[in-house]
Design a protein around this ligand. Structure first.
Ligand SMILES: Cc1ncc(C[n+]2csc(CCOP(=O)(O)OP(=O)(O)O)c2C)c(N)n1
Ligand SMILES: [Mg+2]
Length: 436
């Protein structure tokens, strides 16, 4: 299977390129001159390196290799042939589209609600729906997800309800994190989705740790770890790649390369051939995918999972996309990129491309589109209005859950806050908070 789906087009092309470069590089492999001495190729091998000798003194850089190709299925022609393995049934194909639309509408409503001052913060997923839904559909609920913050679609696919999303964004008493996290920092124990951390890249070494535990317990599941190309600049990313490769852990590193880390374009973030080029350098099976093509994302992730589990090794997927929205509601991207640049992508969104495909095979039409839009909008608006009416968590929750038994110094702080709140209760909207 693996050989059929992506390595033929990704890994094999890549290794063929590398082989050609190496053959060019190693034109005279028998002897090398260093000053007046020469070393025979029959010298003992260097540990961990399998290289031939050359007399050519030459430095290499990215210009020496062809850039890694992009794996794509949904091209502009209407005649798309799906790979034979991992057949996708019609129901799943349509469900994938429905989830993309739900995510997109939820983003619009929550973004607007932040603008109206009803929630404190929000981050949209616009333009990146294919990466999230395509990859999520390719793994199982036993696989553990570590995400960054722009992966709400993964959680949506796994069954997180709209009500749960709204309760978290409103930080009300039904939010499992009890209002102690910023909006969009979701988590779900039931759905094997580890709660998002704001500090970038912390999830990568943690995810490798979980994958290592899976390997030791022979669980037959893998870990999927999502991160942005900006997060890949943190030292933690390099440590995680190397640990996963050397310890042979079943983990899919899924990089969403959307061109920006807030206002820093990726051109200023790295000088090599993107994030994918780093994979083979660490000894990790790697593929670069058109992240705006949901079918390419599905098949690449499915094959990556297979590889992870059968070979017990990590895989790196670099999914190329474009962040159509601002970084977050605290950002105004018109300050650092042109409207023309954004417009180019608005006309070729993953949703438009996938809808074209579904219509071409008779699985979708305008009427279904309108019905879906209407029903999704009304269920989100209902959940949103209800979440807004719920009590905030009891303020005492601020002090709980870190320790099993509350230590003395924390109890002291809680008591002094209680005195303060009792004395100045007129200045606080206590009626909005749950009483214990
Ligand atoms: C350790 C750390 N440094 C900086 C930040 C501030 N910060 C938050 S998001 C972000 C950009 C991340 O970009 P990328 O990983 O490409 O993800 P994207 O937002 O594009 O999805 C930065 C610098 C942070 N949260 N944590
Ligand atoms: Mg980015």
């Amino acid at each position: 299977m693996i050989e059929k789906v992506f390595p033929r087009r990704g890994k094999q092309i890549y290794f063929r390129n590398v082989l050609q470069q190496v053959q060019r590089f190693c034109s005279t492999p028998t002897k090398i001159k260093i000053g007046s001495s020469s070393i025979n190729a029959s010298d003992p091998p260097f540990l961990g390196i399998q290289a031939s000798y050359t007399s050519e003194l030459k430095f290499v850089n990215k210009e020496y290799y062809d850039p890694l190709p992009l794996f794509r299925i949904l091209n502009s022609s209407k005649h798309v042939r799906l790979p034979e393995d991992f057949k996708l049934d019609e129901q799943t194909l349509v469900r994938m589209y429905r989830k993309m639309i739900t995510l997109n509408i939820m983003d619009k409503i929550l973004y607007e609600s932040q603008r109206q001052g009803r929630i404190s913060f929000y981050m949209t997923n616009t333009g990146e729906e294919a990466i999230q839904i395509g990859s999520a559909a390719a793994v199982t609920l036993d696989d553990v997800i570590y995400a960054q913050y722009r992966e709400a679609g993964v959680l949506l696919w796994r069954g997180h309800s709209i009500v749960d999303f709204m309760n978290q964004c409103y930080g009300n008493h039904k939010d499992p994190s009890k209002g102690r996290q910023m909006p969009v920092h979701y988590g779900s124990k039931k759905l094997n989705f580890v709660t998002i951390s704001s500090p970038l890249t912390t999830q990568l070494p943690q995810a490798v740790g979980t994958a290592y535990a899976f390997k030791r317990s022979r669980k037959g599941a893998c870990v999927v770890c999502y991160f942005g190309e900006g997060a890949a600049s943190e030292g933690d990313a390099h440590a995680a790649f190397n640990f996963a490769a050397t310890l042979e852990c079943p983990i899919i590193f899924l990089c969403r390369n959307n061109g920006y880390a807030i206002s820093t374009p990726s051109l200023e973030q790295f000088k090599g051939d993107g994030i994918a080029a780093r994979g083979p350098a660490y000894g990790i099976h790697t593929i670069r995918v058109d992240g705006n093509d949901i079918l390419a994302m599905y098949y690449a992730t499915k094959a990556a999972r297979e590889l992870c589990i059968t070979e017990g090794k990590p895989v790196l997927i670099e999914a190329m996309t474009y962040r159509i929205g601002h970084h977050s509601t605290s950002d105004d991207s018109t300050a650092y990129r042109s409207i023309n640049e954004v417009d180019q992508w608005k006309h070729r969104t993953p949703i438009i491309r996938y809808r074209d495909y579904l219509e071409s095979v008779g699985l979708w039409c305008e009427q279904r589109e309108q019905e879906l839009n209407k029903s999704v909008k009304s269920s989100i608006l209902l959940a949103f209005t209800n979440a807004e009416k719920e009590f905030k968590p009891c303020w005492k929750e601020l002090f709980t859950d870190v320790y099993r038994t509350m230590p003395k110094h924390i109890r002291k702080q809680m008591c002094s806050m209680e005195d303060h709140v009792t004395e100045f209760h007129k200045h606080y909207p206590l009626q909005l908070f749950k009483q214990r």
